[in-house]
Write a protein that binds this ligand. Structure first.
Ligand code: SAM
Length: 294
């Protein structure tokens, strides 16, 4: 294919939109990429080759799908908007290793999808320009289901990317940072201006790469409990960890028991949730569990 005839070229994108009479649905987060350099950066960050599969969420009119088709052995793209399916089948007709599925990624059985579509490849990456209104639920579903994923490279809202990659101590660090870092190692790939999309979104974007961990970096006996402790610690960000935990786990008791458990976990009661590392949350959850505080 010639250099400037990619689906992502502004002329071709506009031509496809016109030819099929497509109208953008804001409610589905439809902002299509029109910059081949950004597509190259996204796909390069995933480290694909012919032994790799790529799962794309929300292919739109296929700009990224086409780029993925050139790099990966197998590509599956899950698109919720029925109107886009005939367009995708048409514009991607010359790539037999691309499969288009009309589905809501939040409802699809991903274990089954992986077994059906990716049996022949050695590893799988998720690569997507995500619809921003459902970024977090989509990423949490991918991570929590413990799919056999190598990495996840996604375009998301810049602020959300910064929160995912944040270290303890800063104002971006919160329960999202902890959840994402429990399952993966996040790395900001690049910041992306609004001008590379049609239509332009209201927010700045960033590409983030989540290298999926084979096992969590800390030992956690009960993940549900661990994440409840994390959530409780951030209920009111301005409050100390002791006050937040008291409200959730010790509403009727004095502070003595809570303070001695915090001491056992090596955590000062006056600290705030945003200063605790993953290790400290794991320790705290273990101490509370051992004391029967669930
Ligand atoms: N990949 C294309 C690109 O980069 O040009 C389009 C990206 S656009 C930001 C997001 C796409 O996700 C849209 O095509 C939208 O219809 C689709 N989408 C929105 N919600 C979805 C969901 N729950 N499941 C699957 N696709 C979804």
């Amino acid at each position: 294919m010639s250099g400037n005839n990619h689906i992502s070229s502004p002329v071709r994108t506009k031509e496809i939109i016109q030819r099929y009479g497509f109208s953008f649905k804001k409610s589905l987060g439809q902002n299509f990429l029109i910059d081949q350099n950004i597509l190259d950066k996204i796909v390069d960050a995933a480290g694909l080759d012919q032994a790799a599969g790529a799962l794309e969420i929300g292919p739109g009119i296929g700009a990224l799908t086409e780029r993925l088709a050139m790099s990966a052995g197998v590509v599956t793209a899950v698109e919720i908007d029925r109107r886009l399916i005939p367009i995708l089948r048409d514009v991607l007709a010359s790539y037999p290793h691309v499969k288009i599925r009309n589905d809501d990624v939040l409802k699809v059985n991903l274990q089954e999808l992986f077994a059906e579509d990716f049996a022949a490849v050695e590893r799988v990456s998720v690569v997507a320009n995500l619809p921003y209104y459902v970024t977090t639920p989509i990423l949490m579903k991918l991570l929590e289901e413990k799919l056999p994923l190598d990495n996840i490279v996604v375009m998301i809202q810049k602020e959300v990317a910064e929160r995912m990659a944040a270290s303890p101590g800063g104002k971006e660090y919160g329960s999202l940072s902890i959840a994402v870092q429990y399952y993966s190692e996040p790395e900001l790939v690049c910041i992306v201006p609004r001008t590379v999309f049609i239509p332009q979104p209201n927010v700045e974007s960033a590409v983030i790469r989540l290298k999926v961990r084979e096992r969590p970096p800390v030992e956690v006996a009960d993940e549900k409990h661990f994440f409840e402790v994390v959530q409780a610690s951030f209920t009111q960000r301005r409050k100390t960890i002791a006050n937040n935990l008291k409200a959730r786990f010790f509403p009727e008791e004095g502070r003595e028991r809570l303070e001695s458990l915090l001491a056992e976990a090596g955590i000062e009661p006056s600290r705030r949730g945003e200063t605790l590392s993953l290790e400290e949350y794991a320790r705290l959850s273990a101490v509370l569990l051992a004391a029967g505080i669930v």
